[in-house]
Design a protein around this ligand. Sequence first.
Ligand code: GDP
Length: 701
Amino acid sequence: MAQKEIKVALIGNPNTGKTSVFNQLTGLHQQVGNYPGITVEKKIGVCKLSEDVKATIIDLPGTYSLNASSIDENVVIELLMNRNDENFPDVVVVVTEVENLKRNLLLFTQIKDLELPTLLVVNMSDRMQLKGIELDIPFLESELKTSIALVSSRKNIGIEKIKNLILNYQNLSTEPCLNASSIDVEYFDKLRKAFPNQLLYKLWLVITQDVNFLNLERKELKSSFTKSHADLKRLQQKETIKRYQFINDTLKIGQKIDRSKASDFRAKLDRVLTHKIFGYVIFFVILFGIFQSIFEWSKYPMDFIDSSFANLASYAKNSLPAGEFTNLISEGIIPGIGGILIFIPQIAFLFLFISVLEESGYMSRVVFLMDKIMRRFGLSGKSVVPLISGTACAIPAIMSARNIENWKERLITILVTPFITCSARLPVYAILIALIIPDEKLFGFMSLQGLTLMILYLLGFGVAIFSAYILNKILNIKSKSYFVVEMPSYKIPMFKNVAINVLEKTRAFVFGAGKIILALSIVLWFLGSHGLGKNFKNAEQIVKQQLDTKNVVYSQKYLDDQVSAYKLENSFIGIIGKSIEPVIKPLGYDWKIGIAVVSSFAAREVFVGTLATIYSVGSHSDEEDTIKNRMAAEVHADGSKIFNFPTGISLLLFYAFAMQCVSTLAIVKKETNSWKWPIIQLVFMSGFAYLTALLAYQFLK
Ligand code: GDP
């Protein structure tokens, strides 16, 4: 028998526990995507109501009212206004929270005016006793013309009632709970006469919102009914006042609060956590902890994934019949997949911490604390987390920018985060610093090499902040900031919410950005292991001949290394590396460095491995010392050192600033929902890197 489907829209103010209700209703049956064309997250889940009826629940972004001031709110309005939308709901579930009913009900009364079957969820009922709150549910139901489910999503109470009410949604009232036309009787009368077939409140929303709703005679409406902007604003204010009057009157009878029970624990904790000094100290201690664990704890699973995939690759290579297909699998696909999965531990740890901070209510205090400082640079208080996590890896860091509601601030955060020194830059920095900076102490205690490393970190951070400042000035994106910094009460995080969030972020990465990373790593593998000319095809023969004519006695391993080097030199990447020599010469690089730069486009740390192959010293990083010696011994035709101070500094700067990371590009594409931003980022970062490297080399040489 075909299943009947009821479409449900879940709507509510931020922090009412809407996500928790959604998680309780749908469990893991969730799909996360984006609304077409914009970057607001779209979550849809399925909930079984009875044997043959299921509910498709769309979790709309948290919003304070239907007076749209952000893209998020537009999403809500557009869905509720457009009967032709495939997700247009049969029933609207408005989630409110028992401690903030007054504010939460504003949105509810607006939605009621759209005359859709609407039910009211009053969540966090477990806190009623603690806070001394009593509700007269039958009275509220009759005043608000709705059915109410008193719910605690934390304790899983009342969820069945929601399901039942949805199942029987035909019984829900569609009557508005106050009369919209009382805002301005004369004006609304005129409207009603001109459009007798349209819902009055819908017309009013179309007139007052600056968004393009489909299927409404907007032009006509606008031309004959537009008032001045100031008049409209005045009417909107009047509407809000009317609604609050109604809500106040209703709650006066329907809600009793025993003030003596309200504890001041929260106020005390707030004072400490947002304190001018302690606030920052506590925050940085927490950040430091998070940062340490992303580095330290993820190391073990990452090493495990790394070695498992290396083993798997060599197993595939040895057990499959030799040939092109086997190479594709063992050198392209398996390392490609490994290169995606390796990020999972860091992503999972970061989001574990972030969800706990969010869930506990602490994150709002951080935003309050950091907002003023960050806003000067066009960032948000919430940008601190991505910027700091960027020191481990830009991938989870960029994903964590999702918490930033304001699109412009979020975009700027995404664009500048890759400037932060990530851990993949470390091996490159390490070997270059060892080559060009003497192992000496400044003032007898400061290691020069350590100091250089620190300067590189600071440089990354400085350029990130500076670019944010510039981007804030030049990006012409209108997106209003949330003017309310909400301070939800402190709560113990709900395990289910944290777990679902971690799983969902990991899944989004693996299946979203993962595809692009895999595709690009296969392309780079192909370019690095294939070539056209005779030199590439007959590499082994040629190398053997060369060695024989020089009368060199060699082992098989030595021969293999020489052949790999020769092959790489004549592969497509080799050809590209050589052909860009004129471009990179002014930076102090030769074609070998060119090849390393091109192939490390996949990931920065590949730089060292590629140089190892080119200098044919085996391609494992534990042979770093040999590579270092080889690099130190490399000379130009005139006998001067290749890796001298100017070239070294130029390379350090290049790697500090260039967007040498396919995975970051992939995640930026995923998070911004277009190729435009990653391409701009690539061009800008690489251009900036080129310029600074050029200046440094020309100045120092
Ligand atoms: P959203 O912003 O509306 O999606 O809210 P969330 O679902 O993220 O929840 C906000 C906070 O309220 C989190 O800390 C949740 O753990 C907490 N929360 C959610 N439901 C309940 C509940 O029924 N009782 C209590 N005490 N806390 C809850």
